[in-house]
Design a protein around this ligand. Sequence first.
Ligand SMILES: Nc1ncnc2c1ncn2[C@@H]1O[C@H](COP(=O)(O)OP(=O)(O)OP(=O)(O)O)[C@@H](O)[C@H]1O
Ligand SMILES: [Mg+2]
Length: 256
Amino acid sequence: MARKIVITSGKGGVGKTTLALLLSARLAERGERVLLCDGDFGLNNVDICARVEHLVTYDIVDVIEGRCRAKQALVKHPDFGNLYILSSNNTSPERYISPQAVKLVLDGLSPQFDFIILDCPAGLDDGFHRAVACADEAIVVTTPHPSALRDADKTLALLKSYHLKELSVVINRYRGDLLLSGECLSPKEISELLKAPILGLLPEDYSIGEGELFSIHPAVRVLASNLTTGRRKLYDVTKKYAGLWGNFKRVLRKRL
Ligand SMILES: Nc1ncnc2c1ncn2[C@@H]1O[C@H](COP(=O)(O)OP(=O)(O)OP(=O)(O)O)[C@@H](O)[C@H]1O
Ligand SMILES: [Mg+2]
C-alpha cells in the first residue's frame, strides 16, 4: 500500500505544486513507484508543471464520472519510468466532487504504488478538506514570511483534527543571506512557533522555481531522503553565502 501524502499550505503561491513535483520526481529517481495526483479541481496545473499536458487524455474527474478506468487516466512521465501523473480538471463549482469519490480512486490505485503525492489547492475550504481526507500524512509548505507562517499555523491546527500519521513542515524560498544576517527566523524558531517538525528547507533558487527535473536540487534530495528514512537532516541554505566569496555575494545581494 502507498504512503498517501498531501502537500498543503493554506496560503497560495508558496510552492506546493513545485514541491509536489520535485519530491515525486526525486522519489521516482530513487526507485520508488510514485503517483502524483493533482488535488486542485479549480486551478489545476500539475500536468503543465510536469510538462505532460500534451499526453493527458483522461483525468480524475473522468474516472469518478465513469468515462474511463483509473489506469487509463494515468500518464507515465517520459523522463521518469516510475512516475505517473493523475491530472485534475477545472470543474465548475456546481459539479460537486466529493472527498469520498477521490479517496475511492486513490485507494484503488494504492497497491500499485509506494507513494501517492497529492497536490492541494490553496485555501482552507472544500478543496483543502477533499485533498486532506484522502491522505494519511501531510506536509505543510510555508515560506519564512510572517503572513505565510500565520497561514501555516492555521493549517496545522486544522490538520491536527484529522489524526494523520505524520505532520511536518517544509520551509520554501529560504534565503541564506537573510538567515545569516538574522533578518528571518531560523528553522528551529519556526519549528517552535508552529509546534511541528521541519522535514526540509528549500532555498530561493531559480532551478527550484522552474521545477527543474533533470538535475534535481540537492535540497530536494535531502528532503526526499528525510521522508524515506525518517531522519531530520536539514540542507544548509547559508552555504552559498559562507566564506569570503559568499560574503561578497551577500553584500552584493543586499545592495541590489
Ligand atoms: N524555491 C523556490 N525558488 C524560487 N521560486 C520558487 C521556489 N518555489 C516556488 N517558486 C515559484 O513560486 C511560484 C509559485 O509556486 P507554486 O505554483 O509551486 O505554488 P503553489 O503553492 O502551488 O501555488 P497555488 O497556491 O497557486 O497552487 C512559481 O512561479 C514557482 O516557480
Ligand atoms: Mg499549486
